[in-house]
Design a binder for this molecule. Structure first.
Ligand code: UTP
Ligand code: MG
Length: 632
């Protein structure tokens, strides 16, 4: 992006931000950034003009920063060891204890020969001692990388794990203080989850259980930070301050077991200078190369080099793909030892702050995360989201949809608007990403009053579907900054002709759902309506009645639930792919498009009054219609 365009954006919107992010953060824009950063007038995202002082106030570490720091610290003190089985635990402990002090051990596997133990040690020096005591196989055709990713060879198997210590290996029996082997899962068993969901006594409990069982657990989080550590260690030879910072669903509180790992690579932060608050205090400055004029091309070359390092040198990193022409150049790869799909971007600091914002939103009310999980799960079940890129709504956009709805709940919103969070920000909350985007908002969530909204998860989920089933997508867009906002109606006036407009909360002139086409929006609307109908029917029944209906239905129909023998009821009806299929058959796009979006929701029973059929795959509408009749 040219300086001219950046300047135009700034003057038009009054917002310090740029469409093109990282690639522009180079020589061309450098003078502009310096100017803007030190500018006397700085238009706040909230709309009020504030001033960025010449000397930035000291950053107050946020709870999010502390969480990330703790996890990074754990990763710095950890090694990942491939073992024969979980039974190797005492022997591994005993062996490692010769050199280092072990704190915790976690086991996971994804096949018989892919078994791993994450060992957390007391200090980073412990890791160094272990690596000093490790070696390579003597074959000549291996790349001799030194990293905390190891394997534990059977005793007597040669000299790959050679002890530089003269001490003899302790007997396993002597392994005192052996920490229990903690287990975690890195893949979801949909059947097990659905069984647990089925045995709940209420719909709201089902939502909670779905969340608890599918959210990223401690192990999932540890292997993500270890995977990041591998990359950052590989670069630290040239860039000792290099950081690979996880962002996105791995850290924002909305991550599901098995979610991808988004990494923002920072080769060298100038934090020391900023934290010091006085750039001129440094007398010795590193000699460095200038980034050439064509910074985007340079960024692409750098990303290419990162791709090469991953592909050529780093153990376990496979399927490296370089997508360098994208707005934000990206390198994708698979880490085979942690079974993670990774997306690396360069200096994506705004996205890191976005993760913090989502984490804060999720921490403000205990109902937010369960709801987001349920909506993401539902969208996957009805095939609104897709693993392949395209015109489909993404999990990130869906998350913003849920947050926006929670800001709009009447009479009491569950969440405050972003504008409120910005207006409550303390001087220590001030953050400007390295590409100049103002990411200032309240970090201390204890200062936000709890919501007066006491709706159940059941009611909120129903409200969500109703809200968007009748949302005026043609004319309005969604803005988390505005939230329920002013008297001008729900949402904001759509600034362009995109079918779905969801304002990027931090870079307001961007639409995060720009990829969604008209057809996908229509599908979204249809599915929202179907879900609202289904839930409307459910809400008319007590939880006991709902279970009874579905018990009757499952007993004399071939409609099998997602899990063996588990009773399909409540939330499961919303999430079951088989039900989604039934719905597909039931409601064609054409039929649904005839329904007036703004009118009251049409009852499914009215639409399908005479469609009862002796079909084992009878749709919900038929079943529920029949049931309603019986009740009456
Ligand atoms: P992802 O698309 O990977 O989403 O974007 P996600 O939240 O991690 O969800 P899943 O589980 O992978 O599907 C990663 C992060 O990039 C930032 C957000 O912080 C998002 O969470 N992002 C993404 C933006 O800032 N703007 C965008 O337009 C898209
Ligand atoms: Mg992601």
């Amino acid at each position: 992006m040219s300086v001219f365009r950046a300047f135009c954006l700034r003057s038009r919107n009054g917002i310090l931000t740029h469409i093109q992010s990282q690639p522009s953060r180079i020589k061309v824009l450098q003078p502009l950034f310096y100017k803007l950063r030190n500018d006397v007038h700085f238009k706040h995202l909230a709309g009020s003009t504030s001033t960025i002082p010449q000397k930035a106030p000291k950053k107050t570490p946020s709870p999010y920063d502390s969480m990330i720091r703790k996890k990074r610290d754990e990763a710095e003190r950890s090694i990942l060891v491939q073992v024969q089985s979980a039974m190797s635990h005492p022997e591994l402990y005993s062996y490692i204890s010769q050199f280092a002090s072990v704190e915790q051990m976690y086991h996971y596997s994804f096949s018989d020969d892919m078994q791993f133990i994450v060992v957390e040690l007391s200090s980073a020096e412990d890791v160094e001692r272990i690596l000093d005591a490790s070696g390579h196989l003597s074959q000549g055709d291996l790349i001799p990388v030194r990293s905390p990713l190891l394997w534990f060879r059977a005793k007597g198997g040669g000299n790959s794990l050679k002890s530089k210590s003269k001490k003899k290996s302790k007997n396993i029996e002597n392994a005192e203080n052996l920490p229990p082997l903690k287990c975690g899962c890195i893949t979801l068993s949909e059947g097990d989850i659905m069984k647990s969901v089925s045995s709940c006594s209420s719909f709201s409990e089902q939502v909670q259980v779905l969340y608890k069982l599918s959210c990223l657990d401690e192990l999932g989080s540890r292997i993500r930070f270890l995977t990041a550590r591998q990359l950052e260690l590989a670069l630290q030879g040239i860039f000792p301050n290099a950081k690979a910072i996880p962002f996105g669903s791995s850290v924002n509180g909305f991550g599901r077991v098995g979610c991808d790992l988004d990494l923002s690579l920072h080769l060298d932060s100038c934090e020391s200078e900023e934290e010091d608050g006085n750039p001129t205090s440094l007398r010795l400055i590193f000699q460095t190369k200038m980034i050439p004029f064509n910074g985007r091309a340079q960024m692409q070359r750098q990303m290419e080099a990162v791709g090469d390092i991953l592909q050529l040198f780093l153990p376990g990193c496979t399927h490296v793909r370089r997508i360098l022409q994208a707005r934000v150049p990206i390198v994708k790869y698979h880490q085979d030892f942690t079974s993670l799909e990774c997306d690396v971007t360069m200096s994506n600091q705004t996205a890191v702050f976005m993760s913090e914002l989502l984490w804060i939103m999720g921490s403000l009310d205990a109902r937010v995360r369960p709801l987001v999980f349920t909506v993401r799960h539902w969208a996957k079940a009805v095939r609104l989201t897709s693993a392949t890129p395209g015109p489909f709504i993404t999990n990130f956009t869906l998350t913003l949809l849920v947050l926006h709805y929670l800001q709009c709940c009447k009479p009491h919103p569950v969440l405050p608007s972003l504008t409120t969070l910005i207006s409550m920000a303390a001087p220590g909350d001030r953050r400007v990403s390295d590409d100049g985007v103002n990411c200032t908002f309240l970090r201390d969530i204890s200062r936000v009053k709890p919501s007066e909204n006491t709706e159940s998860l059941h009611a909120l989920l129903f409200g969500f579907f109703q809200f968007y089933a009748s949302f005026n997508f043609e004319g309005r867009g969604l803005s988390l900054a505005k939230g329920h906002g002013d008297n001008s109606g729900v949402g904001i006036v759509k600034p362009d002709a995109s079918p779905l407009y969801v304002e990027n909360p931090l870079e307001r002139m961007l639409n995060v759902s720009k990829n969604v086409n008209g057809q996908e929006l229509e599908r979204l609307r249809i599915e929202m309506r179907s879900a609202a109908w289904l839930m409307e029917e459910m809400l008319a029944l007590s939880d006991d009645e709902a279970q009874e209906v579905h018990s009757t239905r499952t007993s004399h129909s071939a409609l099998k639930s997602a899990s063996d023998g588990a009773l399909s009821w409540g939330l499961m009806d919303l999430l079951s792919p088989s039900n989604a299929k039934v719905k597909d058959n039931r409601l064609s796009v054409g039929t649904a498009m005839k329904i007036n979006a703004k009118g009251r929701l049409v009852r499914v029973t009215d639409l399908f009054e005479d469609t009862e059929r002796d079909d084992s795959r009878a749709s919900h509408s038929v079943t529920r219609g029949a049931h309603k009749g019986r009740k009456r």
